[in-house]
Design a protein around this ligand. Structure first.
Ligand SMILES: [Zn+2]
Length: 150
């Protein structure tokens, strides 16, 4: 990669969208697509990304679009910011979302458009794409988040 096309450095607390293992995840999110590596050998969805399928050892794990539908497995309501850039965001909800394609695949994501007291286990969710932005950070990163499915 030439210096001219070098991607921007990650700016805390934005995710590092250049890290090879998850670069395609963030590139897809920017296109409002949710993608997960799927094993070419055994069709298993692999999350968190790894270099080899834990099921069969296959190393060809193409990023594959999923429906963006899932259910709420667990969540935490964050009421106190542990680092300063999050101070304006509290309270917010971080959840563990089980994907419809394979409920054993669970993504950590922000849960939005819902009051914390409306959350329940197995609540149907759908992916939405929202910019992550923080005070003092010029760049934004579009991230998949989940909202109640309507
Ligand atoms: Zn496999």
């Amino acid at each position: 990669m030439s210096a001219e096309s070098a991607p921007p450095e990650p700016e805390f607390p934005l995710p590092d969208t250049n890290w090879e293992m998850t670069r395609e995840f963030w590139a897809a999110a920017a296109r409002e697509e949710l993608v997960i590596p799927r094993c070419d050998g055994c069709d298993r969805w692999n999350w968190y990304p790894s270099e080899q399928c834990p099921g069969c050892g296959e190393t060809n794990l193409p990023w594959t679009a999923v429906s963006g539908r899932g259910t709420l497995f667990s969540w935490a309501v964050v009421r106190r910011a542990f680092v300063k850039p999050f101070a304006e965001k509290v309270p917010y909800v971080t959840g563990l979302v089980a994907l419809n394609e394979d409920p054993a695949v669970r993504l950590v994501a922000g849960i939005v458009d819902c009051r914390p007291d409306q959350l329940r286990v197995d609540l149907p969710l759908r992916v939405v794409f929202r910019p992550l932005s923080f005070p003092g950070v010029s760049r934004e990163v579009v991230a998949p988040m989940f909202a109640p499915a309507v």
